[in-house]
Structures are given as C-alpha cells and as structure tokens.
Design a protein around this ligand. Structure first.
Ligand SMILES: Cc1ncc(C[n+]2csc(CCOP(=O)(O)OP(=O)(O)O)c2C)c(N)n1
Ligand SMILES: [Mg+2]
Length: 356
C-alpha cells in the first residue's frame, strides 16, 4: 500500500482546460476511469516494440562502427516511458538523462532524426553535435537528453518554475535513475519544488543499478526509495515499471495532482535494464539468474499475451510488428544517406546570442 494516498485524477484536474482538445477516442479512454482503451493498448504495444527494435538495431550499427561514442540502451524499461507519455499533454516539459532514445521515441520525436543523431549526421535532432545522450526536440517540449547524473533535475525544476511564473498549465516531468539519488541536485530540486509548490513530477526509474553498483551498496536509505520524498513533504508512490497499464494509470493520476497546483509528486517505478550500462559494459557484476527473473517480467511479451487473450486478431499484431520493422529500416537508411555536419557549422549553436 502506498505510504501517501493520492486523490483521483478527476478531482485533481481542478476544472482546468487541457492545453489541446482531446480526440473522441482519448476522451472515451479517460472517461473509462483511467483504463486505457483497446486502441491505446495496441498503440502501447507498437511504441514499446519500436523502442526495442530501434535500440537492437542501434546496437548492431554500433558494433559495425556506424555509431560511435556512448550508447546506453533502454531495453527492458520501455513501459516506463510509453505509459507515461500517453498520460501527459503535448505542452508538458520532458527532461531526461542520457538513456534517452526510449523517452524521445515515446514522445513522438522523429525516429529518422534520432537515428541520424546517433550517427552524428547533420539531419539529427541536434544537427549531429549531441549524439545518443543529447536528443532534443523543442517542438515536442522534449528538453533533452542530459549526461551529468542528476543534472536534469534542477533543469526540470527551473522549467516548472517558469511555467508557474508564466501561469501556463503545463507541468515538467523529469526522468532520473537511482544513481541520481545520491547527488546534491536531487535534494536541492525536491526542496525548492516543495517550498515553491512547483508543478514538477519527479519520475524515478529505479533499475537497481548505477553502472556496476547495486543500490544496496550506494544508497543508505534502503531498497524503497520513495519514502525519502516525505522528508520534503512531497507526495510519493512506488509503482510497477514493467506494467505499461499501471504506469499509464499512475502517471495520469500523479500528473493530475501536479497540474492542479498542489506542488510536486515523486513516482518511483521499479524496473531493470536487460542490457549493460552502455555498449562498453561486460555486465560481470550481476547474475544470469537475476537477469532471467526480470526477463520474465518483460513488458512487451506480457502485453502481447494480454492482447491475444482479449481476442485481438494475430494479423493486427503482425501488421504492427511489420510497421515497426519498416520504421526502423527507414531510420537506418535515412541516417546512412544523410550528410555529415558541415565543418563551417562547428561554432554554430554553441552560444545563446539572443537573436533567434
Ligand atoms: C555527476 C556524474 N557522476 C558520474 C557520472 C558517470 N555516470 C554515468 S551514468 C552513471 C550511473 C547512473 O546510474 P542511474 O542514475 O541509476 O541511471 P541508469 O544508468 O541506471 O539508467 C554514472 C555514475 C556522470 N555522468 N555524472
Ligand atoms: Mg539505475
């Protein structure tokens, strides 16, 4: 049972108009007490599969030397981003860490531009200058992709302050790992967000490891992290990060509370990364048995089984799977055919000149 009980998202919406009109299907899904519709479940399946296949292909291209630098895969954690993005509004700020392809894809950032960014091409989301850890898309309110552990927390807190100051209905949602708990920015951000009642949803992806260190070795507060928020009088809850429907319901409710002006919220999603910390990690610090236990909770086959049980025609799922393969292939082709950045652009976009 969560330590801090939350009120329903409906009352928390506080009569505020959403920042865009809902489509009929979306409205119907919301009326159904936060339960995603069948159509939404199919979309969750498509998006989680897209992240999985996109990253498997990225890993392949990395091994071939097509992608260089760092590459941190989100494989295993897809439900966290997909369920969350479906529960948020297009204007809400999203801020995340270096393991960011999944969040970007779930937010609807163009897969071609993401793959091109991984390749370091001029057509990438950051014109090839950021790479895997710095996906950015202002049009989608996707504010990066940050490599300093914990560094994204004050950025999101600042964006939430700006939204409140400008009386905008948007909230900031910040994804961070368990490694960030031990950084000062985590405590600074929670403290100011609570004091100033800022509209920020702190969204912890607790995958039990920070690089090769298990949380038991690095965090003195115990396995359950979310009660830490009580110190700052912030409402908090832990959820199953391997269940996309649970994620959707809980983020929807937490985001509703934050949007209503009652201050920040902390959600802790329990999860596991199936691959190493990065492509350079031989993963010799955890057992195969532990991995196998978590793989049984893989959110993608779990949702597929559920959809089949709900009598979804196999052909519908096959169509989604084929579409996903085609999108990934198209992204690779686009990146391969894109030009390298022009050396003349080396000093472009490195300084805020205020003239654009
Ligand atoms: C301030 C800082 N310290 C150390 C690092 C090196 N580093 C990169 S990722 C990482 C682990 C972070 O783990 P976690 O926050 O749990 O995220 P996960 O990789 O598990 O998604 C570390 C220590 C860094 N990037 N920034
Ligand atoms: Mg971690």
């Amino acid at each position: 049972m969560p330590r801090h009980q939350t009120r329903s998202a409906k009352s928390a919406q506080n009569g505020k108009a959403p920042s865009r009109l809902l489509r009929a299907s979306e409205a119907a899904a919301i009326i159904a007490n936060g339960q995603p519709s069948h159509k939404q479940l199919l979309d969750f399946y498509r998006q989680m599969l897209l992240i999985r296949r996109f990253e498997e292909r990225s890993a392949e291209q990395y091994t071939k030397g097509k992608i260089r630098g760092f590459l941190h895969l989100y494989i295993g954690e897809e439900a966290i981003a997909v369920g969350a993005m479906a529960a948020l509004q297009p204007d809400d700020y999203i801020v995340t860490h270096y393991r960011d392809h999944g969040h970007a894809l779930a937010r609807g950032v163009d897969p071609n531009a993401i793959m091109a960014e991984l390749y370091g091409k001029a057509t990438g989301t950051s014109r090839g200058k950021g790479g895997s850890m710095h996906i950015f898309d202002v049009a989608k309110s996707f504010m990066g992709g940050w490599a300093i552990v914990g560094g994204q927390l004050p950025i999101a807190t600042g964006l939430a302050l700006a939204a409140k100051y400008l009386k905008q209905p948007r909230i900031a949602v910040v994804f961070f790992g368990d490694g960030a708990l031990n950084e000062g920015e985590f405590h600074e951000s929670l403290n100011l967000a609570a004091l100033w009642k800022l509209p920020v949803l702190f969204y912890l992806e607790n995958n039990l490891y920070g690089m090769g260190s298990h949380i038991d070795q690095t965090y003195a507060g115990g396995r359950d992290v979310f009660p830490t928020a009580a110190h700052y009088r912030i409402q908090a809850k832990n959820i199953d990060g391997m269940n996309v429907q649970e994620v959707y319901r809980q983020v929807r409710e937490a985001a509703g509370i934050v949007r209503s002006g009652r201050g920040p919220f902390l959600l802790e999603a329990l999860t596991y990364r199936f691959r190493g910390h990065s492509m350079a990690d031989p993963v010799n610090y955890r057992s195969q048995d532990e991995l196998k236990e978590w793989e049984k909770k893989d959110p993608i086959p779990a949702l597929k089984a559920q959809l089949l049980e709900a009598k979804t025609p196999k052909a519908d799922l096959k169509r989604i799977e084929d579409d996903v393969e085609a999108i990934v292939q198209q992204a690779v082709d686009f990146a391969e055919q894109s030009p390298d950045p022009d050396p003349a652009d080396l000093y472009r976009d490195v300084e805020a000149t205020g003239d654009r």
